[in-house]
Design a protein around this ligand. Structure first.
Ligand SMILES: Cc1ncc(C[n+]2csc(CCOP(=O)(O)OP(=O)(O)O)c2C)c(N)n1
Length: 679
C-alpha cells in the first residue's frame, strides 16, 4: 500500500500528508519507547485515517475543547491512546505538551495509559474497556439529534466520529449499540473501523469470521471498505458517510504497526515497544530522520493550523446563536447547564410534603413513577428510558413521548432489551451535555450494565439507573430475577451512589440526591412490592442525603440498634415494637445510602450507630454490613439465592421476619453483656 500525497487536503503544498501522519506515528513510537510500555501498532496503522479526519472533516477548535457544537471524536480503541495524545499535542490543546507526551503513562501526567475523561482536555470519554467507546458514541450522536430537534441547526449540528478496532466490534456490546444506532438512524454517527485483522492473540481469523460490513448493513447502517492508507480514499469515504442519512461504517483496511519493517502486520506491533533496533529501521523505512520527540517546525506549524481550522466555525456559531432571540438561547444554555432549575426544587418539595401527609402504602417503584411525573415538566432536559421494562420499572412520565427515528422531539427512549448499550448510551448522553439521562431495568440485570456503570463512576458523570424488583420481595419470578449480591457488588464501585429507599418520602429524597449529584452516577434500587410509609417530610431537610438516620430513638437510651434499608425498614420498625413488649429499647435506623453515610462526620455516624449492639436487616447477602455492625452485631438477610414463591412466603422461609430480627437483637444484647462481663 502506498501513501499518496494529499497536498490539496493538507492545505499547503510543502507539508505532505505523509509528513503529517508520520508525526503522529513517531510521537506514538517514541512515547511508548520511553514509557517502556504501551501500544504503538494502532496509532501507526490509523495515522493516515486520523490525519485526514482531523485535517479536513473534524469540526473542532483546539483553543476551546468544550465548545458545544464541536464534532465529538471518540477513540473507542482506547489502547491506542497515543494516537489521541499525539493529535491533541499537535493541534495545540492547552496542557497537552511535548513534555506530557514524554511522560506517557507516568504518575501525574496528562497522558495516562488509556484516555480518561476529565483528566486530559480533548478527551471526550474514558475508553479502554473495548466496545464502550462505540456504545458511548451512540449516546452522544443521539443527544446531538435530540438537541437539534429542540434548538435547530443554528445551535446544534455536528457529527460523532469513532475509531474502533476489531476488539470493539467483537464485544457483544457493539452489537447492542449498532443495532440501536441503526434503528434510530443516527446518520451523523461515523465509525472508522481499524480493519487491520490483528488482535492480541494474532490474526483475527483465529477467533472471528464475521462479515462486519454485512453485520452493520443488517442493522441499518451504510458500510464500505477502503484502503486505510490512501488519503483520497479515506476522504472520499468520509464525504459519502457525511451525506448519508444512515449511520456509517468505514472499514479502513490498515496495516498494524505500519512502517515497522519486522513488526508491521503482526500482533508483535500491538502492545509493546518496538525496541531500539526496530525503531531505527522504521525511521529509515518512513524517511523520518529526526531524533525522538523532535518534530520539524513546518510540520508542527501545519498541525497547529489544523488545530485552529475550526475557529471560524466556532466564532460563527457564537455570533449566530447570539443573534437568536434570547428565549431559545437561554433555554439552550439552561439545558447545558448542570444546575437544576428552581421550578424543580418546588416540585420535589411539594411532592415530599404530599407523600409525608398522605403516607401512601405503595411500592417504591410506584413512588418513583410519581416523582418522575411530578418533576418531568420542571426538568425539560430529563431524558427517560427503559430496557424494555417500562411498565415494570414505571419509568415513563405521562408527559414523556417516545423518541423515534422520525421523531427526535421525544424525551423517552425505548432502549429495547439492550441493558448494556442503554447504560453506555446514557454515559454518552450525559457526556454530550444537554440532558439528565435515566434508564430502567431490573436490579438483577445490573450485571448486564455494570461495565458502563463503572465507567460512569470513574468519569464522575450524572447518570441515573432506576433498578426495580430489588429483592426476593419480587416473589414468583424466582431466583434468576431476585438480586441478592447486587447491592453489595454495586456498593463496591467507588463514586457510585447506591440508594435503597424504604418508602415514598425516601424515594423522592433519593431521586433528589441523584439529580443533585453532578459528579456521580446513581442507582435507585426500588421495590416491586408495596411498602408502608414510615416517614413524614422533614420540613425541607433531605434525610436520605445523610445516608443513614435515626427513625426511632427510644426514651431512656438504647439496648439495641436495628439498621435496615428499603423494604426491610418496616420489618425493623415492627421488630422494635415487639422488643418493646419485652422492655428492650430498640432504636431504628434507616440506611438508604451507605455511600453518603460514609461521607458524614465521625460524630454524626457515631450518633446514628450508637454504642448498643447493632442488627442489620436487608433482604440480600451480608457483604459489607459487618463494618456497620461491629463484633457483637448480627445480620438478618440472605445467605444464598432466593426461590420462586409469593414474597411473604419467601420472607418467612428465608427468616427475614419481625420475630427473627427481635430474636437476633436479644441474642446480640446477651452477647455484648457477656463480652462486657468477661472483658
Ligand atoms: C473489554 C476488554 N477486553 C479485553 C481488553 C484487552 N485488550 C486490549 S487491546 C485488545 C485487542 C484488541 O484488538 P484490536 O481492537 O484489533 O486492536 P489492535 O490489535 O488492532 O490494536 C485486547 C484484548 C480490553 N481492553 N477490553
Amino acid at each position: 500500500m502506498s501513501i499518496h500525497a494529499l497536498s490539496s487536503f493538507a492545505g499547503r503544498s510543502d507539508v505532505s500528508h505523509q509528513e503529517l501522519a508520520n508525526a503522529i506515528r513517531f510521537l506514538a513510537i517514541d512515547a511508548v519507547e520511553k514509557a517502556k510500555s504501551g501500544h504503538p501498532g494502532m496509532p501507526m496503522g490509523m495515522a493516515d485515517v486520523a490525519t485526514v479526519l482531523f485535517s479536513h472533516f473534524l469540526k473542532f477548535d483546539a483553543s476551546d475543547p468544550v465548545w458545544p457544537d464541536r464534532d465529538r471524536f471518540v477513540l473507542s480503541a482506547g489502547h491506542g491512546s497515543m494516537l489521541l495524545y499525539a493529535l491533541l499535542y499537535l493541534t495545540g490543546y492547552e496542557g497537552v505538551t511535548l513534555d506530557e507526551l514524554k511522560a506517557f503513562r507516568q504518575w501525574g501526567s496528562k497522558t495516562p495509559g488509556h484516555p480518561e475523561y476529565g483528566h486530559t482536555p480533548g478527551v471526550e470519554t474514558t475508553t479502554g474497556p473495548l466496545g464502550q467507546g462505540i456504545a458511548t458514541a451512540v449516546g452522544m450522536a443521539l443527544a446531538e439529534r435530540l438537541l437539534n430537534a429542540q434548538f435547530g441547526n443554528d445551535f446544534v449540528d455536528h457529527h460523532t466520529y469513532v475509531i474502533a478496532g476489531d476488539g470493539c466490534l467483537m464485544e457483544g456490546l457493539s452489537h447492542e449499540a449498532i443495532s440501536l444506532a441503526g434503528h434510530l438512524r443516527l446518520g451523523k454517527l461515523i465509525v472508522l473501523f481499524d480493519d487491520n485483522q490483528i488482535s492480541i492473540d494474532g490474526s483475527t481469523s483465529l477467533s472471528c469470521s464475521d462479515d462486519q460490513l454485512a453485520r452493520f448493513k443488517a442493522s441499518g447502517w451504510s458500510a464500505e471498505r477502503i484502503d486505510g492508507h490512501d488519503p483520497q480514499a479515506i476522504a472520499a469515504a468520509i464525504e459519502r458517510a457525511r451525506s448519508n442519512d444512515r449511520p456509517s461504517l468505514i472499514a479502513c483496511r490498515t496495516v498494524i504497526g505500519f512502517g515497522a519493517p519486522n513488526r508491521q502486520g503482526t500482533e508483535k506491533a500491538h502492545g509493546a515497544p518496538l525496541g531500539a533496533e526496530e525503531v531505527a529501521k522504521t525511521r529509515v523505512a518512513l524517511d523520518w530522520p529526526y531524533e525522538p520527540f523532535q518534530l520539524p517546525e513546518h510540520i508542527v506549524a501545519q498541525w497547529r493550523k489544523i488545530g485552529a481550522r475550526g475557529q471560524a466555525a466556532r466564532r460563527s456559531w457564537m455570533e449566530r446563536t447570539r443573534r437568536v432571540n434570547s428565549v431559545p438561547r437561554s433555554s439552550f444554555h439552561d439545558a447545558l447547564n448542570r444546575k437544576l432549575p428552581c421550578e424543580y426544587a418546588d416540585a420535589i418539595d411539594q411532592l415530599c410534603t404530599r407523600f409525608g401527609a398522605e403516607r401512601p402504602t405503595i411500592a417504591t417503584r410506584q413512588a418513583s413513577q410519581l416523582v418522575i411525573d411530578a418533576i418531568a415538566e420542571a426538568l425539560p432536559n430529563l431524558l427517560g428510558g427503559s430496557a424494555d421494562l417500562t411498565h415494570s420499572n414505571l419509568t415513563r412520565a405521562k408527559t414523556q413521548r417516545p423518541v423515534r427515528a422520525d421523531f427526535f422531539e421525544g424525551n423517552y427512549i425505548h432502549y429495547g432489551v439492550r441493558e448494556h448499550a442503554m447504560a453506555a448510551a446514557m454515559n454518552g448522553i450525559a457526556l454530550h451535555g444537554g440532558f439528565i439521562p435515566y434508564g430502567g431495568t431490573f436490579l438483577t440485570f445490573a450485571d448486564y450494565s455494570r461495565p458502563a456503570i463503572r465507567l460512569a463512576a470513574l468519569m464522575g458523570i450524572r447518570v441515573i439507573h432506576v433498578m426495580t424488583h430489588d429483592s426476593i420481595g419480587l416473589g414468583e419470578d424466582g431466583p434468576t430475577h431476585q438480586p441478592v449480591e447486587h447491592l453489595t457488588s454495586l456498593r463496591a464501585i467507588p463514586n457510585l451512589l447506591v440508594f435503597r429507599p424504604g418508602d415514598a418520602v425516601e424515594t423522592a429524597e433519593a431521586w433528589d440526591c441523584a439529580l443533585r449529584a453532578e459528579a456521580n452516577p446513581s442507582v435507585l434500587c426500588l421495590s416491586r412490592q408495596a411498602l408502608p410509609a414510615f416517614r413524614e417530610a422533614a420540613g425541607g431537610a433531605n434525610l436520605v442525603a445523610l445516608g443513614a438516620y435515626v427513625v426511632i430513638e427510644p426514651a431512656g437510651g438504647r439496648d439495641v440498634t436495628l439498621i435496615a434499608t428499603g423494604s426491610e425498614v418496616s420489618i425493623a420498625l415492627e421488630a422494635a415494637k415487639l422488643l418493646a413488649k419485652d422492655n428492650v429499647r430498640a432504636a431504628v435506623v434507616s440506611a438508604p445510602c451507605f455511600d453518603l453515610f460514609r461521607n458524614q462526620s465521625s460524630e454524626y455516624r457515631a450518633e446514628v450507630l450508637g454504642s448498643a449492639p447493632r442488627i442489620g436487616v436487608e433482604a440480600a447477602v451480608e457483604g459489607d454490613w459487618a463494618r456497620w455492625l461491629g463484633d457483637s452485631g448480627e445480620f438478618v438477610g440472605m445467605a444464598g439465592f432466593g426461590a420462586s414463591a409469593p414474597a411473604e412466603v419467601l420472607y418467612r422461609e428465608f427468616g427475614i421476619t419481625t420475630e427473627a430480627v427481635a430474636k437476633a437483637a436479644q441474642r446480640s444484647i446477651v452477647r455484648s453483656r457477656m463480652a462486657a462481663t468477661y472483658a
